[in-house]
Design a binder for this molecule. Structure first.
Ligand SMILES: Cc1cc2nc3c(=O)[nH]c(=O)nc-3n(C[C@H](O)[C@H](O)[C@H](O)COP(=O)(O)O)c2cc1C
Ligand code: SF4
Length: 455
């Protein structure tokens, strides 16, 4: 696959174009001196509806995990009625193995802020909340400084560019999370900004209709918003020349994607690639190959929630077709965690199960109870105390959880479902090697209830 010039990281040295050690924070002056905020100027000369149409035609798919069309989401907003309308920027980034939005916050925050300003113009939103995960202390400082720079340069606020050119002012605030994975789910995030526990809301109504403080709201991922400026600047034909078409008659995967690779590779890190790059190429060309020359065993596709690619799926293309083609939930955040031949997949499953058990918000019984049982069953299997029946029970519990099974409020349970089922199905031999055959015979141990024990 040809390596095209970086777009999202054009000011951030990344391999293979630059030396990551030379990275520094791009100030607003440096950003503007290299073409920054020109896309905003251009968008302000366009009608808001035309910007929405452009992003819809570009088929920019959400980079936060679900891959939903950004322009389509924007088009769901009701017309302005004089009341408040919000943009919530999702920088919770708590999905294990995902660290791509952090790179933009660390070094080029104005690329995100420009996307925010364009989105606010396009959707006629007057207030933006930049929700950043609690653990991103340094990044919060960088973003806060960049917001102040943008106010000082007249991007946001009453005297701002948006106010002069599009007749309304946009206020932008940074909101720091408190460290819960569930606050990345878009309605959990809204609850958190409103000052409550991050419990996801039942949908519909969707946030575009009734979101933050009951008002129309768009929730977008950091990288999605960062991709908006380049589309406005360079146009549709250019954008469609990047990435790939669907090979199975689905929606295309246009553009570049930040892919954060971790695990058993020589050079873990964030790389900007065309969507569709085969995982093997990402590992070999960008990450310097498998660590210690070991063989590839499997990879979490894009955050643990998406499930796992098996040993024979190293050539899977990293695009939005990946779910339907390789039996994972989807591309997710496109941040793979790679495992080599020595990896104990039962231990991997136990670790993932522990994460979901800890992070379930507890509202839905299948998720709250199921996550606990999955963790107990896998722990039992790992220590050699499980039976073949536990394996079937594990798959049954996992398969019954989530939005796809119609049993929960949000997609956290689907993540648990897919992660566990794919790992057990694709590495079943390893699990079977750890369990004993199930016997229906009632053992004395089972009968040794406390009141029966001889005193
Ligand atoms: C449990 C859970 C956690 C999530 N965490 C994040 C996150 O950290 N960042 C993010 O952008 N989206 C996250 N999402 C997806 C959001 O709900 C939402 O789809 C996304 O922010 C929309 O932005 P996009 O369309 O630009 O991708 C999460 C979803 C679930 C179910
Ligand atoms: S699925 Fe899990 S995390 Fe999501 S609302 Fe229900 S209990 Fe909470």
């Amino acid at each position: 696959m040809p390596v095209t010039q970086p777009i999202l990281t054009k000011r951030i040295p990344t391999s293979p174009w630059g030396d990551p050690k030379t990275r520094k924070i791009v100030s607003i002056d440096e950003y503007m001196a290299t073409g920054g905020y020109q896309a905003l100027e251009k968008s302000l000369d366009m009608k808001p509806a035309d910007v929405v149409s452009l992003i819809k035609d570009a088929n920019l798919r959400g980079r936060g995990g679900a891959g939903f069309s950004c322009g389509l989401k924007w088009s769901f907003l009701p017309p302005p009625d004089g009341g408040r309308r919000y943009l919530c920027v999702n920088c919770d980034e708590a999905e294990p193995g995902t660290f791509k939005d952090r790179l933009l916050c660390d070094y080029d925050p104005h690329l995100i802020l420009e996307g925010i300003a364009i989105a606010c113009h396009a959707c006629q939103l007057d207030t933006a909340y930049f929700f950043i995960r609690g653990e991103y202390h340094h990044q919060a400082k960088v973003v806060e400084k960049a917001i102040q720079e943008a106010y000082a340069k007249g991007i946001f606020g009453k005297q701002g560019l948006l106010n002069r050119k599009s007749t309304f002012a946009v206020e932008c605030y940074l909101h720091r999370g408190a460290g819960a994975y569930i606050c990345g789910e878009e309605t959990g995030l809204l609850e958190a900004i409103e000052g409550r526990r991050g419990w996801p809301r039942l949908k519909p109504p969707f946030p575009a209709v009734k979101g933050l403080f009951g008002r129309p709201t768009i929730v977008n991922n950091v990288e999605t918003l960062a991709s908006v400026g380049p589309i406005v600047e360079h146009g549709l034909a250019w954008w469609k020349s990047l990435g790939c078409e669907s090979s199975i008659g689905g929606a295309p995967s246009y553009g570049h994607k930040l892919m954060g690779v971790s695990g058993h590779v020589n050079r873990p890190g964030v790389y900007e690639c065309d969507l569709g790059i085969p995982l093997r190429e990402l590992v070999d060309k960008y990450c310097g190959g498998m660590r210690g020359g070991k063989k590839f065993k499997g990879a979490i596709a894009g955050g643990v929630s998406m499930g796992i690619l098996g040993t024979d799926q190293f050539d899977a293309g990293m695009d939005f077709d990946i779910g339907r083609k390789f039996d994972v939930m989807g591309l997710g955040t496109a941040c793979p965690t790679v495992f080599d031949e020595d990896t104990d997949m039962v231990a991997v499953a136990r670790n993932i199960a522990r994460f979901f058990k800890n992070e379930s918000c507890g509202q839905c019984t299948p998720c709250r109870e199921g996550a606990g049982w999955i963790y107990k069953l896998i722990s039992r299997i790992e220590t050699g105390d499980g039976t073949t029946k536990d394996l079937d029970l594990l798959l049954e519990i996992a398969g019954s959880m989530g939005l796809t099974a119609g049993t929960t409020i949000c997609g956290l349970a689907d993540g648990n479902n897919w992660a566990i089922r794919t790992i057990v199905n694709k590495f079943r031999g390893e699990f079977e090697a750890r369990v004993r055959p199930y016997s229906v015979a009632v053992t004395p141990v089972a009968l040794k209830l406390p009141h029966m024990v001889a005193r």
